[in-house]
Design a protein around this ligand. Structure first.
Ligand code: CTP
Length: 403
């Protein structure tokens, strides 16, 4: 089973729950944020508490929600303390009323006082009827909030509380959690165009059969997502895989065979600053592809295979002495990890090879990799693929600075 990457480890999120039907989805948002490693403080408006019980948030976040600006049992200034420790405030659902109050700078309850006291970014997840969303007051309040740097996630067009369809439906909790990730990640890869390949290739034998491998594509997808979070423009060329990147900004280009992958990458290589070959490309393909299904006959069946193009080696020779794009390869080995990786680094003329033992990470969520480059080896130890992706992107960022 796949686990959520702990992209918000050490982060403190203040979740303000406004009064709207979509408040029930803020419970799922709290879970999504916790699963990513965040600590979540919940602040509920009076109206928010009419839609969801405070006990629900207490049970899920392990922290009692805060509701009252006038809570005498609290000795300090609640709105100040709450905002002091928040790395981000997310308002979910963000009602027209809350946005209007924040735009006007009102502070007559705990939520609005906290918003006026905010020192962290504020992310609004609006939810309301289309007519409220379209109203000139709401439009100008949103423009005012945006102008001061507040972030918006949604709303989307979809079914509203009363069953009508229109703009104003709150974004789904996963999309809001991804917006939180983006808001809390360094945007240090803005402007970088990164092409990453992922997954296996399928080499057809006949119309119904192929030769493939067990690559899940998780490593390449983790790289695509981590880069998108950090602001890169990402294209993912992927073989047949069951999973997709979480970030919708990642452009997808599906392929099946090694030769299709090579064609896709060749067409895109000129406009990218970085190419990461995380795909498990088949080294060989059947010499002939039968046009009809191969029928069962003798006791044995031999299939002649011919070599596929080596896409990474091709990129290495195409780049020649130039330093761009940065080229990263992967190597899965069963013995002499660093020795084989170093040979691949030289043969394929790339900048680094991310090497791991087949026993350590082919299908799982973790990996144990060593990054091998001309400078030496960097053994990362066992880590989730999202962490490996982050470390690799740090390395790539350093390489981009030197070229
Ligand atoms: N690769 C590629 N094209 C191929 C095969 C591999 O671009 N036809 C890339 C992979 O995406 C990976 C790297 O090359 O980044 C290493 O692949 P690997 O299969 O380990 O290398 P090979 O040269 O095929 O060596 P081996 O004999 O170990 O299979």
């Amino acid at each position: 089973m796949s686990t959520t990457a702990r992209t918000l480890e050490g982060k403190h999120v203040l979740l303000i729950v406004g009064g709207g039907i979509a408040a029930f989805k803020s419970v799922t948002l709290a879970r999504e944020l916790l699963a990513r490693g965040a600590t979540v403080d919940t602040l509920m408006t009076d109206a928010g508490q009419r839609f969801v019980g405070a006990v629900t948030f207490a049970g899920i976040t392990g922290r009692a929600p805060l509701t009252d600006l006038w809570d005498a049992s609290f000795s300090g200034e609640l709105h100040v303390e709450l905002t002091d420790r928040a790395d981000l405030i997310v308002v979910c659902p963000a009602t027209a009323d809350l946005m209007a109050k924040a735009a006007a700078g009102l502070a007559n309850d705990l939520a609005t006082a906290a918003l006026l006291c905010a020192k962290s970014p504020v992310l609004w997840a609006p939810a309301m009827h289309t007519r409220m969303w379209d109203h000139p007051s709401t439009r100008s309040n949103i423009a005012a909030l945006r102008a001061r740097g507040d972030l918006m996630e949604g709303p989307v067009v979809g079914a509203l509380a009363n069953g009508a369809v229109g703009a104003g439906r709150m974004s789904e909790p996963t999309a809001i959690a991804l917006a939180v990730e983006r808001a809390l990640s360094p945007r240090d890869l803005l402007g970088v165009r990164l092409l990453v390949s992922a997954g296996p290739t399928h080499e057809a034998l006949d119309p119904v059969r192929f030769i493939g491998n067990r690559s899940s594509g998780k490593m390449g997808i983790a790289i695509a997502d981590a880069a998108a979070r950090r602001g890169a423009e990402v294209t993912l060329v992927h073989g047949p895989i069951a999973i997709r990147p979480a970030h919708s900004s990642v452009k997808l280009q599906p392929v099946r065979s090694a030769r299709e992958m090579q064609d896709a990458i060749t067409a895109l290589r000129d406009v990218h600053d970085v190419i990461v070959m995380a795909a498990a490309v088949a080294d060989y393909r059947p010499a002939e592809v039968a046009t009809q299904k191969i029928k069962k006959s003798g006791e044995t069946l031999s299939i002649e295979l011919v070599k596929n193009p080596d896409i990474l080696a091709g990129l290495g020779s195409w780049r020649g002495e130039a330093k761009r794009p940065v080229l990263v390869g992967f190597a899965v080995e069963t013995t002499d990890l660093v020795g084989y990786a170093r040979k691949k680094l030289e043969r394929k003329r790339c900048d680094c090879i991310v090497a791991n033992l087949a026993s350590d990470g082919f299908e799982g969520d973790d990996n144990v990799v060593t990054i091998v480059s001309a400078d030496g080896e960097d053994a990362l130890g066992r880590a989730p693929k999202s962490t490996v992706a982050g470390a690799l992107l740090d390395r790539i960022k350093a390489l981009l600075k030197t070229v």
